[in-house]
Design a protein around this ligand. Structure first.
Ligand SMILES: Nc1ncnc2c1ncn2[C@@H]1O[C@H](COP(=O)(O)OP(=O)(O)OP(=O)(O)O)[C@@H](O)[C@H]1O
Length: 302
């Protein structure tokens, strides 16, 4: 699903690499924790998957595609199949919970009838069916993260990248978020989560990949947070020089396949047909050309 083939990423000349000679593979359907001290390269790894930054040397493959061979105008199409969740939620502040989720569907021209069906289903999945009308500031941190997860998942991405999604939450709330990510993973989405949350990693017993200085120093199935050096937990932000473009995140670009079972009630055959039609033509190819008019403006989406 995701493969790094001898990948080195050096942001600035003379600086030591953020990732060095990385050989790593995440299989379809895996749940992987990325751990490691601040600055060890976790966010860089995720940004490479989204093609928000490019390797200095080496090759990144997503769904069998060499990302270096994808032309820039096709990148939004790549990102449609990758959901992204952040520590700071990144909801649209002037839109309600419902509208934040709706937006991810509307930007790819999903029919209104389908949107009206899917958004309430998503709100229900994340346990916020009665809070769809709330603005982000009227929700708790945990609730905002649930909306962000619903938005990242509503288009059924093959991959969900979560960068410290529980970093701003108390342990009980964090647990709820992890349960949700596990549920999404059980429905077939590959989940890669960068975290400093020792409790979560130790409890969930998933694959653990530990980075140190841009190298993989540990890769364990059913691993623990264990060997991360005490005192290394500092939440970091991206530095200048390679800033993210506004509108470059997967959820802003909007998503993906809906052909497999998961969230959809198998009895809802007509709805599934309609969803599939909405994403036609040739939706099998995640890097297909955008269809004219495929991307609606935010105004259209209302
Ligand atoms: N845009 C950038 N320009 C220059 N250097 C950068 C940039 N982004 C990251 N780095 C450097 O690359 C290294 C890896 O950073 P990265 O953000 O991937 O680490 P991280 O493991 O995600 O850290 P944290 O846990 O604090 O989020 C660090 O030394 C960092 O300073």
């Amino acid at each position: 699903m995701i493969r790094f083939d001898n990948v080195t990423k050096t942001y600035l000349r003379g600086q030591s690499p953020a990732l060095a000679n990385l050989d790593l593979e995440f299989a379809r359907g895996e749940f992987v924790f990325l751990v490691g001290a601040s600055g060890s390269g976790k966010s860089t790894l995720m940004r490479l998957v989204l093609k928000e930054t490019v390797p200095t040397t080496g090759t990144v493959y997503v769904a069998g595609k060499d990302l270096s061979r994808i032309q820039s105008w096709r990148i939004p199409t790549l990102r449609r199949d990758i959901g992204m969740v952040f520590q700071d939620f990144r909801l649209l502040p002037s839109k309600t919970a419902y509208q934040n989720i709706e937006f991810a569907l509307a930007v790819i021209g999903t029919p209104r009838r389908v949107v009206r069906k899917l958004v309430p289903e998503m709100l229900e999945m994340v346990g916020l069916e009665d809070k769809g009308r709330r603005l982000p500031h009227e929700l708790s941190g945990g609730e905002q993260q649930r909306v962000a997860i619903a938005r990242a998942y509503v288009n059924r991405p093959s991959i969900l990248l979560a960068d410290e999604p529980t970093g701003n939450l108390d342990p009980a709330t964090a647990q709820g978020i992890l349960d949700l990510l596990e549920q999404i993973n059980e429905r077939g989405t590959t989940v890669v989560m960068a975290t400093h949350d020792r409790t979560a990693v130790d409890r969930m017993r998933k694959r653990v990949v530990e980075l140190s200085g841009g190298h993989v120093v540990r890769d364990e199935q059913a691993g623990t947070y264990a060997s991360v050096a005490p005192g290394s937990v500092i939440s970091g932000n991206l530095e200048d020089g390679d800033a993210l473009e506004p509108g470059s995140h997967a959820w802003e670009q909007a998503p993906a396949d809906v052909e497999d079972e998961a969230l959809f009630d198998p009895t809802e055959g007509d709805l599934l047909d309609e969803v599939e039609q909405a994403f036609a033509p040739d939706d099998d190819d995640p890097f297909r050309d955008p269809v004219p008019g495929e991307y609606l403006t935010e105004e259209d989406a209302r």
